[in-house]
Each structure stands twice: as structure tokens, then as C-alpha cells.
Write a protein that binds this ligand. Sequence first.
Ligand code: AMP
Length: 312
Amino acid sequence: MSNTSSNNLLVVGSVAIDWIITPAAERQESVGGSATYFSMAAGGLAPVQLVGVVGEDFPREAVRDLEDRGVDVDGLETIAGGLTFRWKGRYHENMNDRDTLETQLNCFEHFSPKLPEKYKQTDHLFLANIQPSLQLEVLAQMGRRPMVVGLDTMNLWIDIARDDLLNVLKQVDILMINEEEARQLSGEDNLFDAARSVRALGPSTLIIKRGEYGAMLFGPNEDDIFSVPALPIAQVADPTGAGDCFAGGFMGYIAKQGSGLTTVNLRNAMLWGSVMASFCVEGFSYDQLRGIEESAVAGRFERLVRMCEIPR
Ligand code: AMP
């Protein structure tokens, strides 16, 4: 299917400079942020429109990288004299768990997203991880209810901004969170029970990201459960952004199809999410997604399909 404006995919989220420490290496000025990773992953699938904010310290080359992936950055505001959001994290030996060492909101502290007029009719919206109050502001500025709205969040917001988050949840179709967040949000240990209780809060579909173990989909119908593995990667360099890239691959595919959340679309999208996440973790920042060939992405999709197939 060729891209038309109805395939547009709007994302709002953080655009960041990270300081990443893994057991094997460290990068101090690693371009990151939920919206950045999402856009770099989705850019090859659908026309992405990015809403976010950076300071004057944000590297211009990173903006060019986004543009090279076909991302419309008219909604990326630069605050004169301001500093970019900064996050510092350290991974444990298992490369799955991590500790946040520091978060500096900087220009996010007083940020109020302003949607360019041309974004307001967009059919696919992803509210990447950011303060729920900002996600609400974006929803309120949309000219009409998009066909598909996805949402990501994190333990911090479940803890300190629960009311705003519950308000956002009422307005979305898909929630993508990790296993721990699903338990925290629902108060249920069993994932099936967690899915049922999260769906009662608004989203018809829940995706639970499970790091190196892949992701699970709880679709709109109670028995519509699907699981996708993560592609085994020989050398995981930096898992930062894997969840955002999963969301980018997932939503990018849904936007590209332009036909909503059918079972077939949802299941294919799970595979695209897994494929894009696998590239992300192979390098620091979005290094492996810069200039990536379409054939390499398609090849990995085929590999994943074969991994899930039972020969008959
Ligand atoms: P992920 O590994 O998918 O959870 O995403 C990692 C990205 O989330 C990093 O690049 C961080 O810059 C960003 N991040 C960390 N904390 C926050 C926060 N409180 N709000 C928004 N983005 C964040």
C-alpha cells in the first residue's frame, strides 16, 4: 500500500540526551528519548510527524538523522538558551534490568506542546513516554479523534501522576507497557488478570513488553492473545529505546496499513515491533537504524516469521 496522508503517524514524547552505562561500555552524550527512538523505528514504514522539545545543546546531526528517516520535525521546538531533557541510566549484568541514576527535565519542565495545524487531522497518534499531562494536552489539540491512539508510560507516572494517566487511558486504543508496569498499574500479579483489569480502564488492546523474552498482545477480544519472541541477538550493546522502537515498528505498520486494529494487522504489527527493537539493541543510541536498508529490515522480518513457523 502506498503512503497517503491517511497513513500519517503523529508522535509526542521525550527527545533526550542520555548517559548510558552498560557492564561493557559507556556513552555520555547518547541521543535518546522515547519520541526519537519511536520515530527512527517507524520512519521507514509510515510518514512520521514528531512533537517534542529540545534545548540548544541538542545536536543538529540528530535532527538530520530524523529527517533522513522521513520524519517531519516541524513540531520539534527548540528553546533558545534552554537545555535538552537528560537521563542517565546504568544496566545490570543481565542487560535487562537498569537503574535510573539521574533525570533532568530541563526544557520539559515548562513545555506545552503546540501541534502544527497540519498534524491535527492525523489518523494515527502515539503518545510516547512523557508526563501524562502533556499527553492529555496533545489529545485535546487534535481536530478529531484519530482512528488509532497508542500510549506508553512508565512506573514513575503510574506512581506520581496516576489521575492524569487514568484520564489518558480512557482515550486510547492500545497501551504498551512492560510486565512490571502492568502489575503496578493493575495491582494484579497474573498477566491475564492484569490485562483484564487494564482493559477496563479504557484501552481495548494491551501489549506487554517483556524485554529479551519478547512481547504479548491481549487483543480486543478476551481470547485474542498473541505472543512474539524477541529476535536472538548475539551481542546486545545497549537496550535503551528497545520498547520505543518496538512501539515504532508496531504503530508504523498499523499506520502503513491504514485499516485499523484488525487481528491480522495487530499480529503483523507485533512482528514489526520485534524486528525494529532487535536493530535498536545492537548499538548505542539509534546507531543501527541510521541509514538502514529496507532489505535488511525485510530480511529480518522473514527470519522472525520462520522462527515462529511450524513446518507442515
Ligand atoms: P526505553 O528503554 O524504551 O524505556 O526508553 C528509554 C528512553 O526513555 C531514554 O532514551 C530516555 O531518554 C527516556 N526517558 C527516561 N526517563 C524518562 C521520563 N521520565 N520521561 C520521558 N522519557 C524518559
